[in-house]
Design a binder for this molecule. Structure first.
Ligand code: BYC
Ligand code: FE
Ligand code: FE
Length: 474
């Protein structure tokens, strides 16, 4: 196995598909269904245009980001695994210290398949959720970033489908087909996890999703990258290299909105951003409330027997489990981890959950700490502009559908709300959506131009000038 990628193959790969005729044929048989899915449920109205995209041509540092114009249906979706770590040992749980598995241990088959399917399901879901945003793009630059994220999420689907085909036989094939059949937001065939059925109707939704939901992706992938099942670990490690860009699209997108809003507020006698055609900060806060709480639900319950099983069996570790110096030990057989639960009369109780059962909570807490950094970045832009407003992450009790606070009414500050109507007042309203849609009623597609509700881009793509022709329309 090398790090070089066979690009001439119908399915580009570094897993020697050419040497495994059966697997190659199975994947080639799935490919037309994938392409049909992409044409029907991928980015709307942009399939004939040439997009300035990065494609992996090798998995090493130089090779994985190669930029060129490509029509999206011709994108080199493929199968790329991070290079193998020689003599890799399982880092945690009961099998700690044993050699990582190259094949699926029989007794873990069903559990592992479910983890892979759950992960795989989110990838096409996000493409479906975002398919109409092109018609509202604030700039060519942003349009290109959106489409980059979309093709990479579609490649993440390939990453999981490869595992299903190569390790799960007929069940795997059926699951791979089902991944193209479930559909985001469809009542009868919804995607598996909640956040992936919510509409991403506006660019504010998209930037919040890329900040908060893609960051859940980062943490889930990082914990699966610790897996004792080596092919899963290696495919997740490569996916993580792509994820960093998605997070940066989200965080810089919101930062640009915040900077623009601050500018408009300064211009207005009443510091009213909306009067100047911008996005006001309370509206932005409601979108943060929505996407952060939806994303917390993706971590599962803080006390979870499933999570304990994943850890005990070596399938899913903690964040950076194998990084030296992060954790004192890797068995988690002792001690507990404090989580909150609701007590009588709106009181909050703290309870120590046995460590292995609390790994969802540990991952979620690490995630929240990282989200705080995005908020600090946005607030810095406000402070620099002299605006006295602080954006905040809502309390993890707010607006939950999973875990001990599911269905209870809490305010974003963590105090009990009167009822769920009060909770709803802190979430995006229909009027918020209509206002954003009115700002984004047509795309801004002239080179170097940008919609008036968002600041100019601040980060270059492959060192190109900001007025670069990121999309060449057919
Ligand atoms: N919605 O023990 P529990 C990404 C179910 S994002 C619906 O609390 P567990 C991306 C659960 O299945 C990363 N159902 O949780 C981002 C269980 O059902 P059963 C996606 C839910 O099992 C942006 C029950 O409730 N990756 O990549 O530890 C763009 C109790 O479960 C939900 C993964 O999720 C929910 N939110 O599950 C593109 C990694 N939460 O057993 C892509 C794979 C829980 O009672 N999945 N349930 O029937 C996992 O690691 C785990 O399954 C979960 C937590 C993290 C989902
Ligand atoms: Fe992904
Ligand atoms: Fe992503």
């Amino acid at each position: 196995m090398t790090s070089s990628v066979d690009l001439s193959a119908r399915i580009p790969n570094n897993v020697d598909l050419a040497g495994d005729a059966k697997l190659r044929r199975a994947l080639e048989a799935w490919q037309p269904a994938f392409l049909r899915w992409w044409e029907e449920r991928g980015p709307e109205g942009l399939q004939r245009d040439e997009i300035y995209l990065r494609t992996a041509i090798a998995v090493d540092r130089e090779g994985w980001a190669h930029y060129d114009y490509v029509k999206m249906p011709d994108y080199r979706w493929g199968i790329f695994l991070a290079p193998p770590e020689p003599e890799r040992a399982i880092a945690f749980g009961d099998p700690a210290g044993r050699p990582a598995w190259q094949t699926v241990p029989g007794e873990l088959r069903a559990t592992l398949r479910r983890l892979i399917v759950t992960q795989g399901d989110t990838e096409p879901a996000s493409v479906e959720q975002q398919r109409r945003l092109g018609a509202r793009a604030p700039s060519l630059y942003d349009l290109r970033n959106l489409l980059q994220v979309n093709v990479e999420e579609a490649r993440h689907l390939w990453a999981m489908v490869y595992l299903l085909f190569s390790h799960f036989g007929r069940d795997g094939r059926e699951e791979a087909e089902a991944l193209l059949e479930r559909q985001s937001g469809e009542a009868d065939h919804p995607r598996i996890l909640g956040a992936f059925n919510r509409p991403i109707a506006t660019w504010l939704d998209f930037f919040c999703f890329a900040t908060f939901t893609d960051r859940d992706g980062k943490y889930q992938l990082a914990s699966l990258a610790e897996s004792g099942f080596d092919p899963l670990s290696r495919t997740c490690r490569f996916m993580l290299t792509e994820e960093a860009h998605h997070l940066s699209v989200g965080e810089t997108g919101i930062r640009r909105i915040v900077a623009r809003t601050a500018e408009l507020m300064k211009r207005d006698p009443n510091e009213d951003a909306r009067a100047q055609g911008g996005i006001d900060l309370p509206l932005l806060q409601r979108f943060v409330n929505h996407w952060f709480s939806e994303s917390l639900d993706l971590f599962g319950a803080p006390d979870s027997s499933n999570a304990a099983t994943y850890f005990a069996t070596g399938l899913k570790g903690r964040y950076q489990e194998s990084k030296p110096g992060v954790y004192p030990e890797h068995a988690l057989l002792e001690g507990g981890y404090e989580v909150e639960k609701p007590g009588a009369g709106g009181a909050i109780e703290r309870e120590a959950v046995p460590s292995r059962r609390a790994t969802n909570a540990m991952l979620q807490d690490a995630y929240v700490r990282e989200c705080e950094k995005s908020l600090a970045n946005w607030n810095q832009a406000l402070a620099r502009a002299g605006i006295a407003f602080t954006l905040r992450l809502p309390s993890p009790r707010f607006n939950r559908k999973i875990g001990p606070f599911a269905g209870l009414a809490f305010r974003p500050d963590g105090t009990p709300a009167r009822d769920t109507r009060e909770t709803a007042s802190h979430l995006p309203s229909a009027a918020d959506g209509e206002y954003l849609a009115s700002l984004q009623d047509s795309p801004v597609l002239e080179r170097g131009q940008c919609a008036s509700w968002i600041g100019a881009p601040t980060h270059k793509i492959n060192d190109q000038p900001l007025d670069f022709e990121y999309v060449r329309f057919a």
